[in-house]
Design a protein around this ligand. Structure first.
Ligand code: SAH
Length: 209
C-alpha cells in the first residue's frame, strides 16, 4: 500500500487528470508521501484525497500538489521559491526536488517541528523552514522566482507581490467558501493575472500558533 507500485498508480492517475510535466511526475513518483502522514493513515496516502495532519490542518490531495508544482516549474527561473503553509512538508519536499532553494513558512510551531524532522529523515536538505506569518512573506530571503500559497487568502497579500523577482510568479488560491486558483506574473509591463479553476484549501489565518 505504500510501495513504489502504489506511487506508480498515483502518477498514472495524475496523467489522466491532465498533469503533463515529466519532472513533476517523476518527483512525485519517487517521493514517499506516506512518510508525511500519521502511520494510521499511511494506507490512504496515495489516494486522491486531502488527509488530516493534526491541528485542524490537512495534507493537500496529490492532484493539487501536482497542479501547483506544474504551474511553479513553468516560471522563468528555478532558483528560489517561497511556500506559504508548510503543513506536513510534502509540497515543500516536491518543490525541493524541482528548485534550487525552497523557503517555507508555517504559523503552527508543532507542525513545523514535525515537517522539519520528516524532511531531515528524507535528506531533503535545500528546504529552509521558518515559523512565521505568511501574510508578510519572507522579505529578508527574497526576491523569489515563485511564491506558492497552500492556504487560501480572502484578499491578495500585497507584500507577496513585492517579493516576486522579475519574471516571477505568485500561485495562490483566492476566496473563502468559493475559491479560485490564480497566477500573477511580474512582467516588464507590470503584473499580469490569470484566473484558473475552482479549488478548495484551508484558510490563511493570522498570527502564530
Ligand atoms: N503545503 C501543505 C499544505 C498544508 S495546509 C501540503 O503539502 O500538504 C496549509 C497550511 O497553511 C496549514 O498547515 C496552516 O497552518 C498553514 N497556514 C495557514 N495560515 C498561515 C499563515 N498566515 N502563515 C503560514 N502558514 C499558514
Amino acid at each position: 500500500m505504500t510501495s513504489a507500485r502504489t506511487r506508480g498508480r498515483m502518477v498514472e492517475r495524475l496523467r489522466t487528470q491532465g498533469i503533463k510535466d515529466e519532472s513533476v511526475l517523476a518527483v512525485m513518483g519517487a517521493l514517499p508521501r506516506h512518510v508525511f502522514v500519521d502511520e494510521a493513515l499511511a494506507h490512504r496516502a496515495y489516494d486522491d484525497v486531502a488527509l488530516p495532519i493534526g491541528h485542524g490542518q490537512t495534507i493537500s490531495q496529490p492532484y493539487i500538489v501536482a497542479r501547483m508544482s506544474e504551474l511553479a516549474v513553468s516560471a522563468l527561473r528555478r532558483e528560489r521559491v517561497l511556500e506559504i503553509g508548510t503543513g506536513c512538508g510534502y509540497q515543500s519536499a516536491v518543490l525541493g526536488k524541482l528548485f534550487k532553494t525552497v523557503f517555507s513558512v508555517e504559523r503552527i510551531a508543532l507542525l513545523l517541528d514535525k515537517a522539519r524532522s520528516t524532511l531531515r529523515e528524507l535528506q531533503v536538505n535545500n528546504v529552509r523552514l521558518r515559523h512565521a506569518d505568511g501574510h508578510l512573506g519572507l522579505p529578508e530571503s527574497g526576491p523569489f522566482d515563485v511564491v506558492i500559497m497552500t492556504a487560501a487568502a480572502s484578499h491578495l497579500p500585497l507584500s507577496l507581490l513585492e517579493q516576486l523577482a522579475p519574471g516571477g510568479r505568485l500561485i495562490f488560491p483566492l476566496g473563502t467558501t468559493d475559491q479560485e486558483l490564480r497566477v500573477i506574473e511580474r512582467t516588464p509591463d507590470g503584473f499580469v493575472e490569470v484566473r484558473l479553476e475552482k479549488v478548495r484549501f484551508v484558510p490563511l489565518l493570522p498570527g502564530l500558533a
